[in-house]
Write a protein of this length. Structure first.
Length: 392
């Protein structure tokens, strides 16, 4: 390991950020194709690409794990600096996106997407979406779910950071082992009824979860916290493998994770057609198959010799704005490409994603040119990755 005082720019971090952001756009470009649930070739292509990029959000979380540890400020300063930056963009986009969807769908173009119900895009529905944003995101603001989650991570990071300062390598192994157990819980819950488990008081939770308790045995080791601890571990205790050995290990890991995700989704669709609650279990960001794909991609990118590039830095600095602005743009592009009968679904998906990425980039750069709107698209809010940082 290098000295705590050594600072270095790592281009692979910027590259990973761009890759994860583009994967998010591919994921949302698949939504209308998956949402048909008609078991057609179009549906299967949507599920294929939606499954293959499922590691997108965990990769973002892992970047926070690389760069926010160790926490060198007091709790109040950390919260003010990190969470304070999130609140303004969260409020702004919670207002702007519902208005943009309302204007677009009512005055510009109707949508052929099965995901769009115009009853949800009336003036009254739009007003309701805006003021209920204090409770949660809605369809129009789907990408903002990450912002709510990120605030939660920021709340716990200084606390877990204090533990990491004195934790041994073996201590972290124990934490990650318990976290791995939580990645299996969604499937254990699905399997339990087939073995005769009937739950209690009409609640099918396991290991202490019931109507009066949401927090089961492994709750405190679960979720995205595991990804940020894992990233800290992989950077501070890197595997001394060659790039060839890394790929030889990571590729089968990714393939296993992808096959479980893709065929698991299709199998779930067969028995629970169009049932989002069950289908999303296979696509959970915090399940074992998605974790396999995430770890594989992280290990390979970590080993890549990415040269320093102005374009990589430029694209990387725009990823926060791209992430926030892309959803309405992807919707509009989907409405253009979806009805074209001559294009295969895969080509439509990548056309939507590439154009969506490009247009969102232009919007982000435009916002970045103004000192006021720059606060709403600054990359540091989402991933908190400065150009130079300490490598412990």
């Amino acid at each position: 390991m290098t000295s705590e005082n050594t600072k270095a720019y790592l281009p692979w971090i910027d590259f990973l950020r761009i890759l994860a952001c583009f994967m998010v756009l591919i994921s949302h470009s698949c939504d209308a194709f998956v949402g048909t649930f008609d078991n057609s070739s179009t549906f299967h292509q949507g599920v294929f690409w939606g499954s293959i990029v499922r590691a997108c959000v965990p990769l973002f979380a892992m970047m926070s794990g690389i760069l926010l540890f160790p926490v060198k400020t007091d709790l109040a300063t950390f919260y003010k600096k990190r969470i304070g930056r999130i609140i303004v963009p969260l409020i702004f986009w919670s207002i702007v996106l519902p208005i943009a969807f309302f204007v677009y769908l009512n005055f510009i173009k109707s949508s052929p997407s099965a995901l769009i119900d115009m009853n949800n895009f009336t003036m009254q529905a739009t007003i309701t979406k805006i003021y209920t944003a204090i409770f949660n995101f809605n369809y129009d603001t789907t990408p903002l779910w990450y912002m709510y989650m990120l605030i939660g991570l920021y709340l716990i990071i200084p606390i877990i950071g204090s533990w990491l300062k004195q934790a041994t390598k073996k201590d972290i192994h124990y934490f990650l082992a318990f976290w791995m157990v939580t990645l299996l819980i969604p499937y254990i819950k699905m399997i339990a009824p087939t073995l005769g488990y009937v739950g209690n008081y009409e609640q099918m939770g396991i290991w202490g979860v019931c109507n009066w308790n949401e927090f089961g045995t492994f709750y405190y080791f679960s979720g995205f916290l595991g990804y940020i601890v894992l990233a800290y571990y992989l950077v501070n205790y890197p595997f001394q493998w060659s790039i060839t050995k890394t790929i030889a290990i990571a590729l089968p890991l990714f393939i296993v994770g992808f096959l479980a995700t893709f065929f698991g989704f299709l199998a779930t669709q067969k028995y629970y057609p169009g049932n989002y609650a069950n289908l999303e279990v296979i696509w959970y960001f915090c399940n074992i198959n998605v974790a396999f794909m995430t770890i594989a991609l992280f290990l390979v990118v970590q080993k890549l010799k990415i040269p320093e590039s102005k374009w990589i830095k430029r694209l990387s600095s725009a990823t926060f704005g791209i992430y926030l602005a892309h959803f309405i743009i992807v919707q509009a592009l989907t409405d253009i490409f979806l009805p074209i009968p001559t294009l295969p679904a895969t080509l439509k998906i990548f056309s939507i994603a590439l154009l969506g990425f490009s247009l969102s980039f232009l919007i982000t750069k435009l916002m970045d040119s103004n000192s006021t709107t720059r606060r709403l698209s600054n990359k540091r809010i989402l991933m908190e990755i400065p150009k130079y940082f300490a490598v412990v």
